[in-house]
Design a protein around this ligand. Structure first.
Ligand SMILES: *Cc1c(COP(=O)(O)O)cnc(C)c1O
Length: 408
C-alpha cells in the first residue's frame, strides 16, 4: 500500500518538499507539514471504511496518515480514548453545565497523548530507515519516544533537564532509552543534540522540527469527530505548550471538511496556558503573529512549561481562525480543580488537564463561554505521573476509634 501523501510544505512560506525523504525544518526555519491527495482519498475511501476499521486506536485513520507500509506501523496497544461527561459540575465548578466532557488521553501507551505524535514519528523513522533518534524533553515525550523506538528496534537517546520529574526520567530509562540528565534547560538539551548530529548521526525529534508528530497529534481531532458521530463540540479547551495538539487537531478538522466527512461548523479552539508560562496568551492579547520567549518559566503543569514554540504562529492562527482565544490560569486554580475533579468525579487528571477545567470555569464566569455550549476538555496525561499530597491519617490497629471514619 502507498500513502496518500502528495507532498510536504513549509507551514509559513508554502515551499514544497518531496514525500519519501527525511525532512527537518524548512529553508526559513519553520515547521514542515504533510499534505495529502484528499481528492483521491475522498474518491477511494468512504467514511464508513474508517467506522468499520478493526484498528482500535489511532491507526484506524491510516488513509489520513503518512506511513505507507503496514509493517512500519509501530504499535503498543493504542486505544480510542474515552470522552467522559462531568456529572457533578455544580460541586466542581459552582454552576450547572450540561455537556462538558473530558477526553481522557491518559489511557494511551506511556500514559499520555505524546504516544500519538511519537508513535507516528517513530513509524516514519522506521519507514525512512532512520536508525538512531534523539530528543530533548521535560518528561512525557521522552518516555513515549523511548517506548515506540524500542518497540521499533531503533536506538534512542533522551536528554532531560536535571529537574525533570524523576518518574518521567526513570520510566524513560526503563523503556530502553539511553537517558541523561543535563544541568540546563530544555533548549540547552536541544542544542547538545543538534551539535552532536554530525558525530552521532542521530535524528532529532524535537517538537515541530520534524513533520510527523503533528500527524499523530491530529488523530485526537479525527477521533473526537468520529466519536461524536462526525460532529464536533462548540468549544475545545486544550493545554498548550509546543502546540502540536492544537495545531494537529486544527489541521485534521480542515482535512475532514475537505473530505466532506464533517460540515464546516468547527469548535472554537481555546489555548490554555499557565500564568507562570504564557507566551501564547501574551502574543494573543497583543495581537502578534509570533510569540516572544517567556523568561523564567515556572508551573506545576510541566507539559506546558514551554517558553518558546517553533509553531507559535500556527497555534495563534488556529485560535484566531476558529474564533477562540488564549487564556492562562494560576497553578493554585489548576491544583484546586485537580482536587475537585478527583473528589467529585473520581478522575485523577494531570495538572495540564486540570488547567483546562479551571480555564473553562473562568471562561463561563467571565461570559466567554455559555453553560449551554458543548465543551471538550483535554486531559493530556495520567495524574499518576505527578506529585500528590501525602496521606497523614495513621491508625493504631490495637486501638481503633470508629468515629474518625464518620465523614457525614
Ligand atoms: C506535552 C504536553 C502538553 C502540551 O503539548 P502540545 O505540544 O502543546 O500539544 C500538554 N500536556 C501534557 C501532559 C504534555 O505532556
Amino acid at each position: 500500500m502507498n500513502s496518500y501523501v502528495s507532498h510536504l510544505e513549509c507551514a509559513y512560506s508554502g515551499k514544497r518538499y518531496d514525500a519519501g525523504e527525511i525532512h527537518t525544518i524548512s529553508e526559513i526555519g519553520k515547521p514542515i507539514i504533510v499534505k495529502y491527495d484528499l481528492q483521491r482519498i475522498s474518491a477511494e475511501i468512504p467514511r464508513s471504511t474508517i467506522e468499520s476499521s478493526n484498528e482500535p486506536g489511532f491507526w484506524r485513520y491510516s488513509p489520513l496518515l503518512p506511513v505507507s507500509s503496514e509493517q512500519n506501523r509501530v504499535k503498543l496497544g493504542e486505544v480510542v480514548t474515552p470522552i467522559i461527561s462531568l456529572e457533578n459540575s455544580n460541586s466542581i465548578l459552582g454552576f450547572d453545565a450540561k455537556s462538558v466532557y473530558v477526553k481522557d488521553e491518559s489511557r494511551l501507551p506511556t500514559g499520555s497523548f505524546k504516544a500519538r505524535g511519537l508513535g507516528m514519528a517513530v513509524s516514519m523513522a522506521k519507514e525512512l530507515g532512520v536508525s538512531h533518534l534523539a530528543i530533548p524533553t521535560n518528561g512525557n515525550a521522552g518516555s513515549a519516544l523511548a517506548a515506540y523506538a524500542t518497540r521499533a528496534g531503533i536506538e534512542c537517546t533522551v536528554l532531560c533537564p536535571d529537574n525533570t520529574p524523576e518518574i518521567n526520567v526513570r520510566e524513560t530509562q526503563m523503556q530502553g532509552a539511553s537517558t541523561h540528565l543535563v544541568n540546563g534547560l530544555i533548549g540547552e538539551c536541544g542544542k547538545i543534540i543538534a551539535d552532536g548530529t554530525e558525530e552521532m548521526d542521530w535524528f532529532a525529534v524535537s517538537t515541530l522540527k520534524e513533520p510527523y508528530r503533528i500527524e499523530g497529534k491530529k488523530t485526537m481531532g479525527l477521533e473526537l469527530a468520529e466519536q461524536m458521530g462526525w460532529k464536533l463540540p462548540d468549544v475545545i479547551f486544550y493545554p498548550t505548550g509546543g502546540g502540536t495538539g492544537i495545531i494537529g487537531m486544527w489541521k485534521g478538522f480542515q482535512e475532514l471538511i475537505e473530505l466532506g466527512w464533517i460540515d464546516d461548523k468547527l469548535p472554537r479552539m481555546i489555548a490554555v496556558q499557565s500564568t507562570g508560562c504564557a507566551p501564547i496568551v501574551r502574543a494573543w492579547e497583543a495581537g502578534e503573529e509570533f510569540a516572544e520567549y517567556w523568561e523564567d518559566a515556572e508551573t506545576v503543569s510541566s507539559g506546558i512549561r514551554v517558553p518558546s514554540a517553533l509553531g507559535d504562529f500556527l497555534i495563534l492562527d488556529s485560535v484566531r481562525s476558529s474564533g477562540g482565544y488564549a487564556i492562562s490560569v494560576t497553578d493554585d486554580e489548576t491544583l484546586e480543580m485537580q482536587r475537585q475533579i478527583g473528589l467529585n468525579e473520581g478522575l485523577l487528571l494531570c495538572p495540564e488537564g486540570a488547567a483546562t477545567v479551571a480555564a473553562y470555569r473562568n471562561s463561563v464566569e467571565s461570559g466567554l463561554v455559555s453553560t449551554s455550549e458543548s465543551v471538550v476538555l483535554f486531559n493530556t496525561a495520567t495524574g499518576l505521573k505527578y506529585p500528590m499530597p501525602e496521606v497523614f491519617s495513621n491508625i493504631d490497629k490495637s486501638n481503633v476509634e470508629y468515629s474518625i471514619f464518620k465523614t457525614k
